[in-house]
Design a protein around this ligand. Sequence first.
Ligand code: FAD
Length: 483
Amino acid sequence: MAPADDTFTQDPKFPLGGFLPDPPPARTVREPARDVPVLAECDVAVFGGGPAGVCAAAAAARAGKRVLLVERHGCLGGMSTVGWVNRIHTLYGTDRKTQIIGGLPEEFLRRLQRLGACRNLARDGETGDWDICGETAKFVWDDLAVGSGVRLALHTWLVGAVRDGRRIAAALVESKSGRQAVLARTYIDCTGDADLVRRAGAATTLGNPEGKCQAPTLVFRVGGKGPEAVPLGRLQAELFQTPMDYNGERYPCFLWGGAGVWNPSEQMMAGTRVLGVNAADARDFTRAEVEARYQLRWILRQLKGLPGWEKTYLLDQGAQIGVRETHRIVPEHLLTRDEVLHGVVFGDTIARGTYPVDIHSPDAPGITFENLDGTFRRQKADGSWASGRWDGEPAGAAKRGTLCWNAPYGSLVPRDLENVLAAGRCIGADHAAAGAIRVMINCMQFGQAAGTAAALLAPGQAARDLDASALRKALAAAGAPLR
Ligand SMILES: Cc1cc2nc3c(=O)[nH]c(=O)nc-3n(C[C@H](O)[C@H](O)[C@H](O)COP(=O)(O)OP(=O)(O)OC[C@H]3O[C@@H](n4cnc5c(N)ncnc54)[C@H](O)[C@@H]3O)c2cc1C
């Protein structure tokens, strides 16, 4: 009989890259021009149904607009569902007393709370980060969209855009029904990878100044964790000492996770990491998926040798590898690391957050956190940690009292386009600022702001000309504590 952990065994020699198509030849084919049937005419079309996209669509629909939401997967929620990323950060400022986030992000959490499908990690049950059940979140994302009057096109990919000067005249989608067009007054790019803006031929930036992107991670969940299981930090240290058997390389840590919402013997693990990946390149993306699954099986085998983890079994893995960074729009206002870390306040602030600048090294083990309180922590390539101050103060100096950082409306507006907005991790931020704004509680706020802005725009009005004070007023009326 096969051993119980047979599912975790694998070919010891990982065929790195051998399963990919040969590098593309320098050839093209001409696709004949054709008429494309129209799938929908609407006021606002949103592409990408992740945390940003659902909030954008719901906000516009609640403002009375006809809204279509296009999503390539069969469910909404993006990374929170198909990626099994199950931690939503706090609604409160760094003092943990002042609520800085409300509106749709709070509604999402309260709906989950009513279903018993999330747990606040603070002792007071309110002011900390939240662990959520990603499967139940699928229902809540549906309710937010459908309950707000949003029309859905699932299993549908955005594949192109037809430009008319500085405006998008039509978006092109592909599904089992073939190629179709979506006509809207305003288009919102919530694809995470700025797909719509790129397809429209407008400028974007990729990753860090060298064009390298934060490493992606396939998240998975295990069951069977014993009550005395050694902590994940020890697991990470063990993994780092053992070369990975499928390619002989060092484990490119970092590993973290949270216990299951319903059952403490279940554990979510963000533990795989694939280096040197641009997930907006289909070849790289394919390599990342397969390599992450090899890494996952290796981690599971190591896990089963550790006290309290011997009975571990695989529950599930994300339907896709989790992507942290690819393309971002070139915006009216580029949000910078310094603006984030110094908590600069903008006249057109539409979102606030406390998440630190968090950069997973693109091509080596290592991670850097830069916090609003002036401190940093860095895991070096040898697995050890360094810490200190990013603001030049001595280590023992008083910590900075910055309550939160702010994001301006101008960061949602692509510089080269008039009837387009972006929300989510592809807004206009530099590489470091993107490391802070990319978490879901922030992406939801950007979505709500973009959807509300789309509803406020007069026919023909360019997104950059919107009266930001009217937008801020509408967001405050919808529960965002922006004042
Ligand atoms: C491993 C990992 C751990 C993370 N940890 C945390 C954490 O603890 N807490 C936290 O809050 N955030 C975390 N993040 C970040 C966070 O999950 C993402 O940055 C966030 O989900 C981005 O939201 P979004 O709506 O912009 O994009 P996404 O969640 O990526 O959603 C984009 C949506 O667009 C769809 N889409 C993309 N392209 C197309 C297309 N061409 N046509 C149609 N649909 C398309 C996708 O299918 C997806 O549903 C983590 C990310 C990763 C990868």
